[in-house]
Design a protein around this ligand. Structure first.
Ligand code: PNS
Length: 162
């Protein structure tokens, strides 16, 4: 069984995240989407909101081999706990590279048994980030096409409430 873990803050889950997840779902028997929930990062959306958005998007896309969960602590420890042999990350532009290089290197040092693979972003999604979604929405700009359609309305409304 090939089990992958797709970790992130997902604050919120974007159309770019969904694209990476769909492609990972073809490569692995099961993909665990792992939402980082800890006290150090202060996300805009709560853990349960972020998980809910991902579950909505996964169900709407009809992806059967995906499990959505949260984790705290080291990613490699969580990966080992769920039996994942691979960490999946998306890579957009050059600016992602340095951080991702460091992340994969430290994870490899911490647990050499767990590989990291990177799926290149669809060029159409390369500019999309959770931060830009939040910024656009807070200024009442449309977030259509930036997040999965099923979550557009609820995210837009929530961004206006603060
Ligand atoms: O979506 P993000 O914020 O880029 O995701 C970053 C994430 C969650 C993958 C990374 O911060 C992470 O793995 N955090 C858990 C702690 C950890 O294992 N850090 C790396 C080794 S010190």
């Amino acid at each position: 069984m090939n089990i992958g873990v797709y970790p992130g803050s997902f604050d919120p889950f974007t159309i770019g995240h969904l694209d990476v997840l769909k492609r990972a779902a073809v490569l692995f028997d099961t993909v665990y989407v792992a939402v980082l929930c800890n006290n150090q990062k202060q996300p805009f959306f709560s853990g349960s909101e972020r998980i809910g958005f991902i579950v909505n998007a996964v169900n709407d896309a009809g992806l059967a081999n995906i499990s959505v969960s949260s984790f705290d602590g080291l990613l490699v420890d969580y990966a080992q706990k769920i039996g994942a042999n691979c960490i999946i990350r998306g890579l957009r532009t050059n600016s992602d590279f340095e951080y991702e290089f460091q992340l994969s290197a430290i994870n490899r040092k911490l647990n050499p048994e767990i590989a990291s693979i990177y799926l290149m972003s669809d060029p159409e999604h390369a500019y999309i980030s959770s931060s830009l979604v939040k910024e656009a929405g807070k200024y009442r700009a449309s977030i259509k096409g930036l997040v999965p359609e099923i979550n557009e309305k609820i995210i837009a409304e929530r961004l206006l409430k603060r």
